[in-house]
Design a protein around this ligand. Sequence first.
Ligand SMILES: Cc1cc2nc3c(=O)[nH]c(=O)nc-3n(C[C@H](O)[C@H](O)[C@H](O)COP(=O)(O)OP(=O)(O)OC[C@H]3O[C@@H](n4cnc5c(N)ncnc54)[C@H](O)[C@@H]3O)c2cc1C
Length: 445
Amino acid sequence: MKVGIVGGGFMGLVLAHEISKTNTKVKVFESDSQLGGLATHYDFGSFIWDKFYHVILPTDNHLINLINDIGLEESLQWRRSMTGYYVNKKFYSISSSKEFLLFPALNIFDKIKLAYTIFYGSKIKDRKKLEGISVRDWLVKMGGEKTYEKFWSPLLKAKLGDNHDRVSAVFIWTYIKRLFQARSSAAQKEHMGYVSGGYKTIFDSIQQLLNEKGSEAITNASIERIEPNPLGGITLHHNGGEEHFDKVIFTAPLNILEKVSSPDLFMLSNNKEAVEYLGVICMALITKEPLTPYYVLNIADKEVPFTGVIGMSSLVDLEQTDGSYITYFPKYITADHDYWCKSNEELEAIFLDGVRRLYPEYDMKAVQSVHMNKAFKVQPLQVLNYSDIIPKIKTKHSDFFVLNTSQFVNDTLNNNSVVNHVQSFMNDFKIELSSKPKTKIENTL
Ligand SMILES: Cc1cc2nc3c(=O)[nH]c(=O)nc-3n(C[C@H](O)[C@H](O)[C@H](O)COP(=O)(O)OP(=O)(O)OC[C@H]3O[C@@H](n4cnc5c(N)ncnc54)[C@H](O)[C@@H]3O)c2cc1C
């Protein structure tokens, strides 16, 4: 039995790892020159770290189990982290219950309402109830206008940009469940984790384990065509040749599926155009001096061009980044935003101007390098009644499977959910793997 996986992002690689554990040969095809997709690494000059910021929460149980399973238990580091707010041109830490109680932007009644919203939200079981109401309406109903403007709106903007008002209350429900559970399980203190060397360590480790089992993950291998093989199984076309597999699992985005896959293999219900995606433009500054003590700074200020500040070095030891500080400045936008038409130089000028506004005292001579990275499609905007418009994929061939993040309805995009998704898929797929192989053709690659 030989299984092919299209897409060498986190989903494809975790899937390959799980399949190879059953002693089945797997081959992963990644179109990019390096593995990892959205969680891939980037060369910042004197060190390598994640291209986009990633953090592990104490409640990411599926992800933590995977990290242990691939032998990286010792590399998982937990550090106390701080959350900040920028409101009325001032910075506030809300990293402990005491700081929350002292947060001057809200009075005690607002804080009680806020605490109630979080408590009530964490108890809700049925997502459907929240799908038909906008996140703004739900949060205002629960906690009032002021808590929304001063507390929730900056937090939502950091996650979703200017479109945050358009998502349903499901978004904040999943967020509350994931983030606020983390606080309680970490004894009132906010702890967050990372793996030494960043996600590259995770991908290197998975790749090595695959190789040891006679499986592999190859890069620069863009799948151009996926077809049913008349003699059984599925054929993948890439780099001018073809390879045959008993089973193929597709993990890349849906627009790619439509482009490369034979219509005999799948059926997509609902118009995918109805789903709007958020992309991200993310500047990373490498500096000699720290910029922010917070892992996340939520910003309530229309004049700042980015939607949050992520102080990676407030979490990650400096030896990981060659003694330099790394700070990310994300801006989440939809496909129609004019930032996509701007050059990196233009974007840099806009974002750096925002840094100067936010930190007027900061000596910009401490900036060692500036890096502008973009991802056009990161996650669907989970608008009202999203589960009704989400494209439903049905595969029409018993050897072809689709598994990707476009199907997440109860979750924000995160790697704990990816691992969970893969493990649920494996429960059924293990039965498929025990069936007899069908492919009988020689490969041309
Ligand atoms: C700014 C940002 C911050 C994030 N922060 C966090 C965080 O703190 N914690 C967390 O848990 N998660 C975080 N995430 C989410 C995390 O990165 C995703 O959950 C994860 O990367 C999704 O992986 P995936 O494999 O499903 O998708 P992708 O990474 O999109 O992988 C799909 C892969 O398919 C490849 N591909 C496409 N077409 C083809 C083709 N024709 N042939 C072969 N290969 C193809 C692509 O190149 C890509 O590598 C963050 C994401 C972003 C963008």
